[in-house]
Every structure is written in structure tokens, then in C-alpha cells.
Design a protein around this ligand. Structure first.
Ligand code: ZN
Length: 450
């Protein structure tokens, strides 16, 4: 089960506080980078571009001669990466769509087993899928020969699903761009120069550390500094004493609970909720200030309005506080995962797959508390996966079905009361998270539902 070799890890590098001029230049690059991505989305997200996406050189060629680069005066190193960035997003949009359609096919009660085999096959053959969506001729895949099918009806259904559920990628407003090794250079220690718009004049940035990176970087441009995400190869750590199989439940009350009852990240939700409440109160205050500000503007009370604006509506401090709290929580998550690895000494960690968020449940999305919890859930999984990889620990996922609703002793369904799971059939009363972790263990050991 032990993994050996090298894995990729992302490390962060910060600049010192930079002059406005430098920030301005880098921001403009990020802005234009996003413009290129948006252009690619609008031009190549459609059905008619399906055949151009792989391997993507057609798109690259067309983009080279469309005039956008010259119009933006964006250096090639950024321009072409922006195109590949956008293409990657479009491809993942299509693959998400195919997954979604596969789920719909599974649920659709009007389909026979043969219909399903045909549709699943088509979803797995890009050339056939593309031909159907583009209404072109194609050869029937071999394993669909002999099935009882109304091909025309099924193809129409597929096209209808595509039209109905296809989404369009959009650039988020983050000020970020990628740069390949030929677009930057480290000058001695603690100094990096990015290719700029003026030939032979680099945008020089002073860094807080002396690390030198060699791969493609992602550069986040903040108000007065930048942060650089750099992939580095690290040797997988070898722990000869890591020999246990550990079953972990990921929860929001306690972050990680093992089937033996060990808890890592105790009362995680309290930490998150305190923060969310604080931000919510802050938001209400800001809203009130904004109202007062608008009223003052309406009444032409200039002195008052500018006073409110300066004292109560400053974004900088607010975002800084938000960021600091976020950093505090991610530090907590990471150190608790480290502690788990040290104490449990696992060679294998077994967890349940993430449950997809419920769509119909509107009451949940109302509360930022839930949203924040969910976003941290994803972060915990990501970090756990990464840290396990770095330490040569295998991660195995079992199906999350029923893990928190059935009794780990007898398998009957029970109920949750506060932090307990209570089974009416056999009388078991356990911590609900331990019960879930034990169910993960049972599933793994029975090798069912994996
Ligand atoms: Zn029971």
C-alpha cells in the first residue's frame, strides 16, 4: 500500500510591499489575462467547437491570428497560457456535463437497460458523443451492437440534456495569472522579474524569501503585494512505523473522529461559527453605515457622508480581518491533520466519499454558516489527501451511503440526538461520529459498497 517516489506540492512565496506602479502593471496583466480567458470561453464553449478542444492547437492557432493579443498588447507568455487555462476549464465543463447526464440517465425511469448501456457507452466515446451532439454521421460503438434501441430517440434525449444542462464557464474576478518559466527569471536571491509589456524591461518584484522556483507559477496580485503559488517536487516521506489502517469520519462538530474514538480538530464548528457570527454582525453594521451614508449623500450632507465613508465603510481592514481569521482556521486544520498522522501512524486512511450538496434544500444555502462549513469540508479533504500523499499514506474512499444513519453494531437505522447516535433495535448509544467512523470501517472490511 505504501507509495514511494516524488509528489508535487504547492508552496507559497510572498513579495514585500510593492510600489503602486508595480502593482498596477501586474494587475493590468491579470486583467488582460482574464479578458483572454473570457474571449476563449465565449468563442469555444459552444457545441460547434467540440472537435477543436483536443488537443487544442486549432484553438491556439486561431487565437494567434485573431488580433486580440495585439489589441491588448499582452506578451505571448501570458496570452498563450490564458488560452490553455480557458481550454482546460471548457474541457472540465464538458466532462462535468457528461457526469451530470450519466446521473440523469441512471435516474430516468423511461429508459430500458439497453438504452442505458447505449447512452453510457456514448458518453465514454468522445468522437461518438461529439458526432451525435453535432448531428453528424458516426459508427455505432462495438459493444452496442445487438441492443434493442431507438437510436434516434436516444440521441435526441442526449442532445436535449446537453442543451438544458450545459453551462458557460466564467472567469472569477480574482486578480491572478499564470506564467511559464520563460516568462520570469530570478535575479540572485529574493528578486524575481516578470516579462512586461515593454521589451527587455522586466517587472521587478522583491520577495520575502530566497527560494527559487523553476516551474509554471500562479501569481495572485493583492492590494500591496503579490503571492506566488509554485509547484515543487518533494520526496515522499518514508515512515517505517506507519503500519495502521485508520478509519476516519470527517465532520463539522469534530473535524476528524477515528473508529477508536480519537478526535482531531475538536469543536471545529465552534471556531468556524464564532468567526461567521462575527462577520455577520460586521456585515449588519456595514449595511447600517451604508444606509446612513446613502442618506447623507441624498441630503447633500457632504461632510457627514465622507466621514461615514472613511470611518465605517473601509474595505481594507474588513478584508484583512476576514483573511486573518481564515488563515487561523486553515492553520488549525493543518496542524490537527499532522497530529492525527503522528499519533495514528497510518499506512492506510479510510474515509467516506464527499456527499454532493443537496440541491433542493434552499433553507441551507441561506446561511453563510453552512456555506462556510461546506467550503471547509472541501479544504479538510484536500489537505488530508495532500498530507497523506506527502507521507506515503494511502487514502481509500468508501461510499458515504447510510454511514451516519445506521447503527454500526446491528446495521438497523437509528436516530441522532445531539452528539449521540441511538439505536432502537439493539440499544446501542454512541457518539454519532464514532458510529459513522465504525460504519466506514465495517464497509471497508466487508469490501462492499466501495
Ligand atoms: Zn443497533
Amino acid at each position: 500500500m505504501k507509495k514511494t517516489g516524488v509528489i508535487t506540492k504547492t508552496v507559497l512565496q510572498y513579495s514585500t510591499n510593492l510600489p503602486d506602479e508595480t502593482i498596477g502593471e501586474l494587475k493590468k496583466i491579470a486583467l488582460d489575462y482574464n479578458k483572454v480567458r473570457n474571449y476563449v470561453y465565449s468563442r469555444y464553449s459552444g457545441i460547434n467547437s467540440l472537435n477543436k478542444l483536443i488537443p487544442g492547437y486549432t484553438v491556439l492557432n486561431e487565437m494567434r491570428y485573431c488580433g486580440l493579443r495585439q489589441q491588448l498588447n499582452l506578451p505571448v507568455v501570458y496570452y498563450e497560457l490564458a488560452i490553455f487555462d480557458a481550454l482546460r476549464d471548457i474541457k472540465s465543463m464538458w466532462s462535468n456535463l457528461k457526469n451530470r447526464i450519466a446521473a440523469l440517465v441512471k435516474q430516468n425511469e423511461n429508459l430500458t437497460q439497453d438504452d442505458r448501456i447505449y447512452l453510457f457507452t456514448v458518453l465514454n466515446y468522445p468522437s461518438v458523443f461529439n458526432a451525435i451532439v453535432l448531428r453528424k454521421e458516426y459508427e455505432m460503438p462495438k459493444n452496442t451492437v445487438g441492443l434493442q434501441l431507438d437510436v434516434k430517440r436516444l440521441n435526441n434525449l442526449l442532445c436535449r440534456y446537453v442543451r438544458k444542462y450545459k453551462q458557460i464557464s466564467k472567469v472569477d474576478k480574482k486578480c491572478v495569472f499564470a506564467v511559464s518559466p520563460n516568462g520570469y527569471k530570478y535575479y540572485g536571491k529574493g528578486l524575481i522579474g516578470f516579462v512586461g509589456r515593454i521589451p527587455r524591461k522586466r517587472i521587478m518584484v522583491e520577495l520575502k524569501d530566497n527560494d527559487v522556483h523553476t516551474r509554471q507559477l500562479r501569481v495572485f496580485v493583492e492590494e500591496d503585494h503579490i503571492k506566488i503559488y509554485a509547484p515543487v517536487d518533494v520526496e515522499v516521506k518514508q515512515h517505517t512505523d506507519y503500519i495502521n489502517t485508520v478509519y476516519l469520519h470527517i465532520g463539522f462538530g469534530n473535524m476528524l473522529t477515528s473508529s477508536d474514538g480519537n478526535v482531531y480538530g475538536k469543536d471545529f464548528n465552534k471556531l468556524v461559527n464564532t468567526e461567521t457570527d462575527r462577520l455577520r454582525i460586521k456585515n449588519i453594521e456595514r449595511y447600517k453605515s451604508y444606509k446612513a451614508y446613502s442618506a447623507a449623500v441624498e441630503n447633500n450632507s457632504k461632510a457627514k457622508s465622507s466621514r461615514i465613508k472613511a470611518n465605517n465603510l473601509g474595505k481594507k481592514k474588513y478584508f484583512l480581518q476576514k483573511k486573518n481569521k481564515y488563515a487561523k482556521m486553515t492553520t488549525f486544520i493543518n496542524s490537527e491533520i499532522n497530529r492525527m498522522l503522528k499519533e495514528e501512524k497510518p499506512c492506510t486512511v479510510v474515509i467516506a466519499k464527499a456527499v454532493a450538496p443537496k440541491k433542493a434544500d434552499n433553507t441551507m444555502s441561506k446561511y453563510s454558516r453552512e456555506k462556510l462549513n461546506r467550503s471547509f469540508g472541501g479544504y479538510i479533504r484536500k489537505r488530508l489527501t495532500q498530507k497523506c500523499a506527502e507521507n506515503g499514506v494511502a487514502i481509500i474512499e468508501v461510499s458515504p451511503k447510510d454511514i451516519s444513519s445506521i447503527c454500526s453494531s446491528c446495521g438497523k437505522s437509528g436516530k441522532k440526538q445531539n452528539s449521540f447516535f441511538i439505536c432502537g433495535s439493539c440499544g446501542t448509544k454512541t457518539d454519532k461520529y464514532i458510529n459513522a467512523a465504525l460504519n466506514i470501517k465495517n464497509k471497508y472490511l466487508s469490501k462492499e459498497n466501495i
